[in-house]
Design a binder for this molecule. Structure first.
Ligand code: ZN
Length: 341
């Protein structure tokens, strides 16, 4: 299906074959932008026909243990509904059993979850264990429909947009210094002939590295569209990325992110915007592009040894642990003074 859709796309041959690093032909850029949209539309229409859908929050209201403890008696209770006679008596009895089972799992929901955890650990079944951990972490705190006194979706979005605009512009910078940095980068780029071909294999490897079921929050693509795609998609994207690198451009789809709000935790006032943090849903193309750049140039990129987040084989929990150990050491061996910057 996707192959069929892709083959219907009219290829911007001139733009894709252009290898001039100094090309400024606006029609090439426009054709590449259209090419991205066409690939997205091909994926979306193929996905609509093939990929299975699950409703958002499909597990809302689900109770732990429902399938094991309630479904059997519910099925018995719902197998026909005569009004009188022996069967009706059995029906009433099984219905009572059903309601009793529901009440029981409501009452024992914590124990059922703990039991599952213990079972998973006992049988050393890592996948079940992490599935349970995910279920416990998920959806416990819901978002409020009123934030900072406003209640429509658009107004709430404006509140967060205003907050983030203030946050991201709260650190001032010197315009002259910034212009110097930009012109210095431009100068170093203009004299640099980078190897700018992206191969299908590199795209396939990058697609495999994408996490499953991640939405882009914008045009409706998700990483599954790419992970479940045919090989032809990798060919199209490799040609696209190569042309984009040659022309030094990126379509707006690559840079568009959608920030959604996540409650910071239980027990906090959900109607206060300060009690939410934002996470950005990024373009899948942008993620692929990042992975390609990391793959090609990671040996030339350097980071501070004190950076723990967003680095392979590092975790912010490492430095949290170091901090806790240092605090514990000094608490044990004398007085402790702590300054947080
Ligand atoms: Zn060109």
């Amino acid at each position: 299906m996707l192959c069929h859709n892709l083959h219907k796309i009219v290829l911007p041959i001139d733009a894709l074959l252009c290898r001039s690093l100094s090309c400024h032909d606006p029609s090439h850029i426009n054709h590449l932008n259209t090419f991205v949209s066409n690939i997205s539309n091909a994926c979306l229409s193929a996905g609509a026909a093939i990929l299975p859908y699950t409703g958002r929050g499909s597990d809302r209201g689900r109770m732990p243990g429902l399938t094991e403890h309630v479904a059997p008696v519910r099925d018995k209770a719902e197998s026909g509904r005569p009004r009188n006679g022996v069967v009706a008596d059995i029906m009433r009895k099984t219905r009572a059993e059903y309601h009793y089972a529901i009440r029981r799992i409501r009452r024992d929901s914590d124990n059922i979850v703990n039991e599952r955890f213990a079972e998973a650990l006992l049988h050393n079944n890592g996948r079940d264990f992490w599935a349970e951990a995910k279920k416990i972490r998920r959806n416990k705190v819901s978002v409020s429909s009123i934030v900072d006194g406003v209640c429509t979706d658009d107004d709430i979005a404006d509140v967060f947009a205003s907050n983030y605009q203030h946050l991201y512009t709260s650190v001032a910078y010197d315009v002259t210094d910034m212009n110097c940095i930009i012109s210095s980068i431009d100068d170093s780029l203009s004299g640099h002939k980078m190897q700018s071909t992206v191969t299908c294999e590199e795209i396939s490897v990058a697609i495999n590295k994408l996490k499953a079921a991640k939405n882009d929050g914008d045009i409706g693509l998700s990483s599954d569209y790419f992970k479940q795609s045919c090989n032809d998609l990798a060919v199209y994207i490799s040609r696209l990325f190569t042309a984009l690198l040659v022309h030094g451009t990126a379509p707006s789809e690559f840079a568009t992110s959608t920030v959604i709000r996540i409650p910071k935790g239980k027990g906090l006032n959900p109607t206060d915007s300060a009690n939410y943090r934002g996470i950005a849903l990024s373009s899948i193309y942008g993620k692929l592009f990042d992975l390609i750049v990391l793959h090609k140039f990671s040996d030339q990129l350097c980071t501070s040894p004190l950076q723990f987040g967003f680095k392979a084989k590092r975790s912010t929990s490492m430095c949290t642990m170091v901090l806790k150990e240092v605090i514990a050491y000094y608490s044990k061996h004398g007085s402790l003074y702590c300054i947080m910057l």
